[in-house]
Design a protein around this ligand. Structure first.
Ligand code: AGP
Length: 610
C-alpha cells in the first residue's frame, strides 16, 4: 500500500537515505510523497502530490541537514491523492507517517476536534498525529504518548513518529502492516520492507504486531504497548542489493520475466531427491498432513490463479479434493471448515489483507494452515502453522511474474510430496514427475526465446481496445492470468474465459476488432475441443493468436493470424510455460502504449487493506 522509511544517524545525509529508500518503495504506492527532517530542533516538512520525482524537484531547491527523519510514499485510501493529504501529518511537535487504515478514526477525530484540534487533511492518519501530541503535551514522555495513543486506535498500521522536542529518536509501531528496523554502526533505519534499506544494512529485525520500537543513533529498544521490553531476533539478509536494481532492463517487470528460470531453479533447490523419488520441505513433517481430507486454497489476483492451477496439480497427483476461493470472498460465505481441512494461503507479498484475514478465518474454524509466500517472516508466513517459501527474490514490478511461476512449481512439488506420502503415486511416478520439475527451468529459457516474436506481435496489437484469452483445463487459469497481465499494465480491457464457455455468451463479443488469444498446447486432452473453438472464432472474423506447442499443419496456419509455439511439455507443467509469452505480450503492448509498466495507475504492489 504505502511505503515508509526512517533514519537516525550522521554517517549518511538523512535526506539521501530517505529519498533513496522511498525510491525503492515507490512500487508500493505513488500518488503522493513527503519527508520530515529535524534540523536545529525544528521539523522541516516537504510534501508533493504525484510521483516521487515531484518531491525530488522540491527538495533540490532546499538544503535540509539534521540527522533524524522519516519519509512516506502514498497509495491513497482515505482522502484524495493531493499534497495536503500526503504524509507526514503534523500536530504540534509531532510528525507521523502511516501505512494502513485507522478503522475508528471518525470517532477519534470528533473527540480531538472537541479538544480544539484543527484538521487540515481528509486522511485517517492525521488523527494519529493529534492524538500523540495530545498525550505528549499533557505530560507523558514521547514514547508513552505514542503507546497511549495506540491503545485507543483500532485498525492496521505501520507508523513512524518523530518530534522536534525529542530529536534523538524515532518511534515506530506496527499492527498488521509490515515494518522492519535495520541496525547500523551509530545509525539505525526503519522501512516497510527490506529493499528500502538493503544497501545500508543487512541486519534486520521484523517487527511483530504490537511492537513499539524506539530507535536512537546508538541503539534501539523494542517494547510492547505496556512498555515491557520484548526480544526480537536479528536476521541477516543475504539478498544481493543489485538484485533489487533493474539490471540493465528497461523495467523491473521485464527483468523479473527473464529471472523466472533462475527463480524456479532456486525454488526447487534442495527440495527433492530424484533418485529416491522424494520431495521435502524444510520445516515440514508429513505427519502434519496425515489426517487431511480436503484442501482450501486462498489467494487474490495472480496468486488466486496459481491456486486454480494448484487444484489441478494436487487433485491429479495426490487425490485430495481442493476448493479454491478468492480470499476476499472466502470468509463471507460461511465456509465449512474442520480440523481435517488444510488451508493453503498463496501470497507473493505475504501481506495481502484479504488473504491474511481468510487464513485467520480458516484457522479459527480449526483448519491447519500452510503459507506459500515469497517474503520471509511476512505477516501471512507468521500467521501460518507451516510455510513454504518461493525463492523468487524481491519482486518489484507491480505485475507479478516470477512469483507466479515459483508459486506453481511449489504447488507442483507439494502435490508430489502429498501424493508420494499418501502412496497415491508410486516411487517411479514420483521420479518421473520430479524429472519434469528438473526440466522446467530449461523449458522456461526456451519460452523466453520467443521475446522478439512477441514484441513484434505487441507492436501489431497495441491499438486494439479489447482482448479475449481462452484456455481449458489447467490453462483456463492461464487465460485469466494473461488477461490480468494485459489489463493491469496496459489498461486495455481484457477478459479470460474457459474456452468451453464461449458458446454460453462471450462469443457475442467476437468480431474483426477482437484479438482472441487461444491457449492450446498440443498435449492437453482438450486440444481438439480448442480447435473447435478456433473455428467458431474464425467464423466470426476474430483475430486469432494461437498459442500452442509442437507441429502446426499448414492448413491450420491458414486459419490463424499468428501462431506462438511454446516448447512441448506435459499438460500439467504447460501453464508455467504458456504464461511466459503472455507476460511478454502484455509487457510489449504496454510498452508500445507508453504506460507506466512498473507502477501502473491505481495499483499498488501490496494491498494491505481489505
Ligand atoms: C498481479 O499481477 C497483481 N499485482 C495482483 O493481482 C496480485 O497478484 C494480488 O494483489 C495478490 O498479491 P499477493 O500475491 O502479494 O498476495
Amino acid at each position: 500500500m504505502c511505503g515508509i522509511v526512517g533514519y537516525i544517524g550522521n554517517k549518511h545525509k538523512t535526506i539521501n537515505v530517505l529519498m533513496d529508500g522511498l525510491q525503492r518503495l515507490e512500487y508500493r504506492g505513488y500518488d503522493s510523497s513527503g519527508i520530515a527532517v529535524i534540523e536545529n530542533g525544528h521539523s522541516k516538512i516537504v510534501k508533493s502530490r504525484g510521483k516521487l520525482r515531484n518531491l525530488k524537484k522540491k527538495l533540490s531547491r532546499k538544503t535540509l541537514s539534521g540527522y533524524v527523519g522519516i519519509g512516506h510514499t502514498r497509495w491513497a485510501t482515505h482522502g484524495k491523492a493531493t499534497e495536503k493529504n500526503a504524509h507526514p501529518h503534523v500536530s504540534g511537535s509531532v510528525s507521523v507517517v502511516h501505512n494502513g487504515i485507522i478503522e475508528n478514526y471518525q470517532e477519534l477525530k470528533k473527540e480531538l476536534i472537541k479538544k480544539g484540534y484543527v484538521f487540515y487533511s481528509d486522511t485517517d492518519t492525521e488523527v494519529i498525529a493529534h492524538l500523540i501530541e495530545d498525550y505528549y503535551k499533557n505530560g507523558l514522555s514521547f514514547e508513552n504518548a505514542v503507546r497511549s495513543a495506540f491503545k485507543s486506535i483500532e485498525g492496521s498500521y505501520a507508523v513512524a513518529v518523530i518530534s522536534d522536542k525529542a530529536p534523538d529518536r524515532i518511534i515506530a509501531i506496527r499492527k498488521f502492516s509490515p515494518l522492519i528496523i535495520a541496525i547500523g554502526e551509530k545509525e539505525n533505519y526503519l522501512a516497510s520492507d527490506i529493499s528500502a534499506i538493503l544497501s545500508y544494512s543487512r541486519k534486520v529485525i521484523f517487527l511483530d504486531d504490537g511492537d513499539v520500537a524506539i530507535l536512537e543513533k546508538n541503539g534501539y529498544r523494542i517494547t510492547d504497548l505496556e512498555g515491557k521490553e520484548v526480544k526480537r531476533d536479528v536476521s541477516v539478509i543475504n539478498w544481493d542489493p543489485v538484485s533489487i536494481e533493474k539490471g540493465g532492463y528497461r523495467h523491473y517487470m521485464l527483468k523479473e520475466i527473464h529471472e523466472q528460470s533462475r527463480a524456479v531453479l532456486d525454488t526447487i533447490r534442495g527440495r527433492f531427491s530424484e533418485e529416491m523419488g522424494e520431495v521435502y520441505f524444510e520445516g515440514l513433517n508429513y505427519k502434519s498432513f496425515n489426517n487431511i481430507k480436503r484442501i482450501v486454497a486462498l489467494g487474490c489476483g495472480t496468486s488466486f490463479h496459481a491456486c486454480l492451477i494448484g487444484k489441478y496439480m494436487i487433485e491429479k497427483i495426490s487425490g485430495i479434493p481442493v476448493e479454491v476461493d478468492l480470499s476476499s470472498e472466502f470468509r463471507y460465505r460461511g465456509p465449512v471448515i474442520d480440523s481435517k481441512t488444510l488451508a493453503i494461503a498463496v501470497s507473493q507479498s505475504g501481506e495481502t489483507a484479504d488473504t491474511s484475514e481468510a487464513l485467520l478465518e480458516a484457522r479459527r474454524k480449526g483448519a491447519k494452515t500452510l503459507a506459500i509466500t515469497n517474503v520471509e517472516r511476512s505477516k501471512i508466513a507468521r500467521e501460518s502453522d507451516m510455510v513454504i517459501y518461493t525463492r523468487a527474490g524481491p519482486e518489484i514490478g507491480v505485475a507479478s511474474t516470477k512469483a507466479f511461476t515459483t508459486q506453481l512449481i511449489v504447488l507442483y512439488l507439494f502435490s508430489i510430496y502429498l501424493g508420494k506420502n499418501r502412496k497415491i503415486i508410486t516411487e517411479k511416478k514420483a521420479k518421473d514427475l520430479i524429472g519434469e520439475v528438473l526440466y522446467t527451468p530449461q523449458l522456461l529459457e526456451k519460452a523466453l526465446k520467443l521475446e522478439d516474436e512477441i514484441k513484434e506481435l505487441g507492436r501489431n496489437l497495441y491499438n486494439y481496445s479489447n482482448f479475449l484469452f481462452l484456455g481449458r483445463g489447467p490453462n483456463y487459469p492461464i487465460a485469466l492470468e494473461g488477461a490480468l497481465k494485459l489489463k493491469e499494465i496496459s489498461y486495455i480491457h481484457a477478459e479470460g474465459h474457459a474456452a468451453g464457455e464461449m458458446k454460453h455468451g462471450p462469443i457475442a463479443l467476437v468480431d474483426e476488432n477482437m484479438p482472441v488469444v487461444l491457449i492450446a498446447p498440443r498435449n492437453g486432452v482438450t486440444y481438439n475441443k480448442l480447435l473447435g473453438n478456433l473455428q467458431e472464432i474464425r467464423a466470426r472474423r476474430g483475430k486469432i493468436i494461437f498459442l500452442t506447442s509442437g507441429e502446426v499443419s499448414e492448413e491450420l496456419e491458414k486459419h490463424v493470424d499468428k501462431t506462438i509455439r511454446i516448447p512441448e511439455c506435459s499438460s500439467i507443467i504447460s501453464p508455467l510455460i504458456a504464461v511466459i509469452p503472455l507476460q511478454l505480450l502484455a509487457y510489449y503492448i504496454a510498452m508500445y502504449k507508453g504506460t507506466d509498466i512498473d507502477q501502473p495507475r491505481n495499483l499498488a504492489k501490496v494491498v494491505t487493506v481489505e
